[in-house]
Design a protein around this ligand. Structure first.
Ligand code: PLP
Length: 422
């Protein structure tokens, strides 16, 4: 089906045929949901051994009684886990509570209220702004929005953010003081940044405001579906380019063990860590070390963590295959949608023809299939082209996902044809 080369008569005939199919589906009174990227219960159960694992032995390898207060940096064994995931030195890692998003929020707050490493606090600037590769993760944008930090869209490409645009922007505007990045299996496009992109990102610190920080949210660092995808190491690049202070890295075990009670990590240069800790020490006496110890007992070696991720991949892989097959079958030879083929992570996203995403989401909702709201993948919920839709395959069982995807592709076709007829 190609819209651009179709006659009006053909479009009208398609519309009639697709509407009839849609009406039939609506009669099934479906109630399906492919919105948030949560692990399924089967995935969560892979880590149920966490429960009771300590069996009364609360002492960490270094003798720390994990039940007690203290240890702002987290247990050494947990920090080692974070260092393995992010491929950085353990000395540059803090192991925190259950959520990397919380750590990101606090890191942004640190920059905003106090400034990193002696730089001007962002709140003292006229119009502090973050670069936001789009489509991106809505919760990153929500942090900026809540603090009144401006957001500037940078288009995502198949190899990462458009670096010509990013470089130009930080050069022209010294009030750009941050950038969000999900460098591996990006949320939502599934793209992994390539070597050149990582290299150019690591050099931004040389042209931007000295207080500029990249928030490197490596949420899907070890979430490969099959063969391992290599993300170039940004720390190594910043060491080579003299910009170590320009990047803060984040990860967590949220999509490794139990999503609501994992361990989160932040890694940064000594100067940045000192700034973070100055803020943290007023806020907490220390993280949940008992949970950190449980995690390091479950995975005493990094190889065990990687083996565990293969079990997640076995569950997720057929779901991704299902989504991609529906997209391929419906749109491979069409001008109705574009998408990347993620090799890991939690999302696939489809770009419809401009002006169709909201209509697709509404049609799907009316047919009983809940999709992430159109626009959610953009700052302020505003997708200028109204085209991006995020698909989250992980949570529903495969059969439900299959049905939901049949409805979804039908809605994309119908919305596209109706849009073309307007
Ligand atoms: N970062 C990204 C890119 C995510 O997609 C998610 C969850 O969907 C998170 C962070 C949340 O991580 P956490 O559970 O560690 O707060």
């Amino acid at each position: 089906m190609r819209i651009d080369s179709a006659t009006r008569d053909q479009l009208q005939a398609w519309e009639k045929e697709l509407s009839a199919q849609y009406e039939r589906i609506c009669q099934h009174e479906l109630n399906l949901d492919i919105t948030r990227g949560k692990p399924s219960a089967v995935q969560l159960s892979l880590s149920d051994k966490l429960d009771g694992l300590l069996n009364g032995d609360y002492r960490a390898g270094d003798g720390t009684d994990t039940r007690n207060y203290g240890g702002l940096d987290g247990l050494i064994c947990a920090r080692e886990m974070g260092a393995d995931i992010l491929q950085v030195p353990t000395s540059e890692v803090i192991a925190g509570g259950n959520s990397s998003l919380t750590l990101m929020y606090h890191a942004v707050l640190t920059g905003y209220l106090f400034g990193f490493a002696g730089n001007t606090p962002w709140r003292e600037m006229k119009e502090p702004k973050f670069l936001c590769p789009v489509p991106g993760y809505d919760r990153h944008f929500a942090i900026c929005e809540q603090l009144g930090i401006g957001m500037v869209n940078v288009p995502m490409t198949a190899t990462g953010p458009d670096m010509d645009a990013a470089e130009q922007l930080v050069k022209e505007d010294q009030e750009i003081i941050g950038m969000w990045c999900v460098p591996k299996f990006s949320n939502p496009t599934g793209v992994t940044y390539d070597e050149e992109t990582v290299e150019r990102l690591s050099r931004l610190g040389n042209i931007a405001n000295p207080g500029f920080r990249i928030f490197w949210d490596n949420a899907y660092a070890i979430h490969d579906l099959g063969q391992q995808v290599n993300l170039p190491n940004i720390r190594t690049a910043t060491v080579e380019n003299g910009t170590v202070d320009s990047v803060l890295q984040f990860a967590s075990t949220s999509k490794v063990t139990h999503a609501g009670s994992g361990v989160a990590f932040v890694s940064a240069s000594p100067a940045n860590l000192a700034s973070l800790k100055e803020q943290m020490q007023a806020m907490t006496i220390g993280p949940d070390k008992v949970n950190q110890l449980r995690h390091s007992r479950l995975f005493p070696e990094f190889s065990m963590l990687k083996d565990h991720m293969k079990k997640h991949a076995d569950i997720l892989q057929p779901k991704f295959a299902c989504v991609l097959k529906h997209l391929e079958d419906a749109f491979a030879d069409s001008d109705l949608g574009k998408w990347e083929t993620p090799k890991g992570g939690y999302f696939v996203s489809l770009d419809t023809r401009p002006g169709c995403a909201k209509a697709v989401v509404k049609l799907a909702a009316d047919a009983g299939v809940k999709l992430t709201p159109a626009g959610a993948t953009f700052p302020y919920g505003k997708d200028p082209e109204d085209c991006n839709i995020r698909i989250a395959p992980s949570f529903p069982p495969l059969e439900e996902l299959d049905t939901a995807m049949s409805v979804f592709v039908l809605c994309v076709k119908l919305a596209s044809v109706r849009n073309a007829l307007q």
